[in-house]
Design a protein around this ligand. Structure first.
Ligand SMILES: CC(C)(COP(=O)(O)OP(=O)(O)OC[C@H]1O[C@@H](n2cnc3c(N)ncnc32)[C@H](O)[C@@H]1OP(=O)(O)O)[C@@H](O)C(=O)NCCC(=O)NCCS
Length: 190
């Protein structure tokens, strides 16, 4: 029974495990947080100081306690290396909805399946632990790897916020993608 529970843990994927973000992660965060090619997909890419990130860790720790948002550190299972952050944000406890985001900080760690695996864990947390009904995300139309992983996870492109974001000197479309719990259950029966 215990191994069945362990193999079902939403916090342990095939390649990554998720845990709370700690102040001790600050050094790892600062190594790649200000990398332009990583931050561009997140929408805000003005360099941030160590102190700003420290405040962010305090903020997400408080939010996690209150249940308004859940930010998890993504850790590589094999090496225990900090890879980035995956989150469920703007949790609405009436409509039972939230927004998902994933960021693998070091561009050298991207394209190795960590984003897909983190997404699987986050969906499991959202639907099996938090009892959400719908999870949404927004992704720039040019972010092929993001669109690819979200589709693989079962998200559907349900709308376009046309020319909604100004990124690297031009307006780009912001795609709305979402997944409902019933769709998730069909793909991931209990
Ligand atoms: C987007 C992101 C989360 C994806 O995570 P990742 O670990 O790099 O993704 P994975 O390795 O799990 O999968 C990438 C998939 O995209 C595919 N891909 C990569 N570049 C692609 C391209 N230009 N066109 C089409 N598919 C592409 C890969 O082949 C792979 O698909 P496959 O497994 O079917 O072969 C990651 O790149 C990231 O953190 N980027 C910076 C932050 C960010 O922009 N986050 C998203 C905000 S919405």
């Amino acid at each position: 029974m215990s191994s069945e529970i362990e193999s079902n843990s939403p916090y342990i994927g095939e390649k990554v495990k998720l845990r709370a973000v700690e102040m001790d992660d600050l050094d790892d965060i600062m190594q790649h947080w200000n990398t332009y090619e990583m931050r561009i997909g997140l929408g805000r890419y003005i360099p941030e100081s160590r102190q700003q990130r420290e405040e962010w860790i305090k903020k997400v720790t408080k939010e996690m306690k209150k249940g308004g948002a859940y930010n998890f550190a993504i850790i590589e299972k094999e090496s225990d290396k900090f890879l980035g952050v995956a989150a469920l944000k703007r949790v609405n406890n009436v409509s039972r909805t939230a927004f998902m985001s994933i960021a693998i900080y070091n561009p050298k760690d991207q394209g190795k399946g960590f984003g897909t695996d983190s997404g699987k864990c986050i969906l499991k947390i959202g639907f099996d632990i938090l009892n959400l009904h719908r999870i949404e995300l927004h992704v720039y139309d040019f972010l092929e790897s993001g669109r690819r992983i979200y589709k693989k996870l079962g998200f559907k492109e349900t709308g376009v916020r046309r020319k909604a974001s100004f990124v690297a000197g031009r307006y780009v479309d912001d795609l709305v993608m979402d997944i409902l719990v019933d769709e998730y259950r069909k793909l991931n029966p209990i």
